[in-house]
Ligand binder design. Structure first.
Ligand SMILES: [Zn+2]
Length: 109
């Protein structure tokens, strides 16, 4: 699937709730075993790596191809409505608004 097609698909799934806007606080990786990818819906084969992610420990994890997981993560950050947790502890803010806000808060600024 082309990157642009993947983005369009992710946006439509975010829009109708098939994919979450919220970050998944727990995720882990491993070898695929025929799981269905939540993004592209293709099977994740034994030759591929799977990322399994979960919003809650008691919930069934969601499976992604590695590249689909990254595409979902980038897309949800780009279009998440205000109020959604987009948890980005280890990734610098990407919007110019946040960058200028951070600069304004800096000591001595
Ligand atoms: Zn996929």
């Amino acid at each position: 699937m082309e990157a642009e097609d993947l983005r369009v698909l992710i946006r439509s799934k975010l829009d109708d709730g098939r994919l979450p806007y919220n970050s998944m606080p727990r995720f882990w990786g491993g070898r695929g075993n025929g799981q269905q990818c939540a993004v592209c819906e293709a099977l994740i084969t034994k030759q591929q790596l799977v990322i399994e992610a979960s919003m809650h420990t008691d919930k069934k994890p969601t499976q992604f191809h590695v590249k689909c997981f990254y595409a979902w993560d980038a897309e949800r950050r780009a279009i998440a409505p205000p109020g959604y947790s987009i948890f980005a502890a280890d990734i610098a803010p990407s919007t110019s608004t946040r960058v200028s806000y951070a600069v304004g808060d800096a000591p001595g600024a």
